[in-house]
Design a protein around this ligand. Structure first.
Ligand SMILES: NC(=O)c1ccc[n+]([C@@H]2O[C@H](COP(=O)([O-])OP(=O)(O)OC[C@H]3O[C@@H](n4cnc5c(N)ncnc54)[C@H](OP(=O)(O)O)[C@@H]3O)[C@@H](O)[C@H]2O)c1
Length: 280
């Protein structure tokens, strides 16, 4: 048994990871949070420690006796704060004698190591710092959280609902590019189980790849249509040429972050509707 700290374990993917580690009943789980009250986590058996990422002593104290740190903190729209918090967490981990560190990666990068989705290039700064820290580290890479396809239902799990490319609830999609590039999709529950199982490895690889499934947007669309009925796909003009996976993912990530997703509503003409092409 080791002591595992999940920083940001109060949030979406963090909560899935905390649940999965607790389910193994093999390890002690500490959740680091900027607020102390998380009765649900405490009732499940996790210890919650309130920390300030601006206060190295609070972090070091929280990490005494911890073997593995899994960071799941989000950028919350503020990349500088995200980088600063993760650097502080890493530094405190080194000071406290932690053995293993996983930065908050959970990325959707294509398979080429140095070719991450452009939106997430800021994550490389923390990955590099982890590499140079002297701690054993890994980058958990899962593709897109599959739960987003279930936004609007309980299937979204602990994640914040996000209609990422597909609005399955309203039978529409905004498919970029030709929709044929395969990408990885992994449920938050499976990410949690994978991370929990990784705790048992004798050594960690630099990158821990996982994929619940590999499917193109067009394949997902077919599946969604089977379940929900005909879709009205909407494509952006700048993406309407066959692009690389990186190009496609970067653009859709950007669009999601900018909250510019425009999804078509299912209508009585849906069965005959042609793809709508528009400029952003
Ligand atoms: N591949 C994908 O499809 C995908 C999609 C979404 C996210 N992600 C990645 O998954 C990771 C977690 O995302 P999420 O959506 O699960 O996160 P989330 O639920 O939005 O937030 C996780 C936790 O981060 C903590 N936090 C937020 N801002 C912070 C800051 N500035 N400093 C320290 N802690 C902070 C909060 O914990 P406390 O308030 O308790 O401190 C929060 O509960 C991120 O690396 C994100 O980029 C991947």
């Amino acid at each position: 048994m080791v002591k595992v700290a999940v920083a940001g374990g109060t949030g979406g993917i963090g909560r899935h990871i905390v649940d999965a580690i607790l389910n193994t009943q093999l390890h002690q789980v500490v959740v680091l949070s900027r607020s102390p009250h998380h009765a649900d986590l405490q009732s499940r058996g996790a210890e919650v420690i309130a920390v300030s990422y601006d206060d190295p002593t609070s972090l070091e104290n929280a990490l005494r006796g911890v073997h593995t740190v899994i960071s799941t903190i989000s950028d919350g729209g503020n990349i500088d704060a995200w980088v600063a918090s993760q650097r502080a967490l890493l530094q405190a981990s080194v000071q406290a004698g932690v053995k293993r560190f996983a930065p908050s990666e959970f990325n959707a990068r294509p398979s080429r190591l140095n070719d991450p989705v452009e939106l997430y290039t800021y994550k490389a700064v923390v990955a590099e710092a982890a590499k140079n820290s002297g701690l054993e580290y890994t980058l958990f890479e899962n593709g897109v959280f599959m739960n987003y396809l279930a936004s609007g239902t309980k299937g979204v799990g602990y994640l914040n609902p996000l209609k990422f490319v597909f609005d399955v609830e309203n039978c529409s999609a905004k498919i970029p590019g030709d929709g044929n590039n395969e990408i990885s999709w992994t449920r938050g529950e499976d990410v949690g189980a994978f991370v929990a199982a990784s705790l048992e490895l004798e050594s960690w690889p630099e990158i821990s790849w996982m994929a619940g499934d590999r499917k193109s947007f067009n394949e997902i669309r077919k599946l969604a249509e089977k379940v929900r009925g005909q879709y009205t796909p909407i494509m952006t003009r700048r993406d309407s040429h066959p692009g690389s996976t990186q190009h496609t993912l970067t653009n859709i990530c950007r669009e999601n972050v900018r909250r510019h997703i425009r999804v078509g509503r299912r209508s009585s003409q849906a069965n005959t509707a042609k793809p709508t092409v528009y400029d952003d």
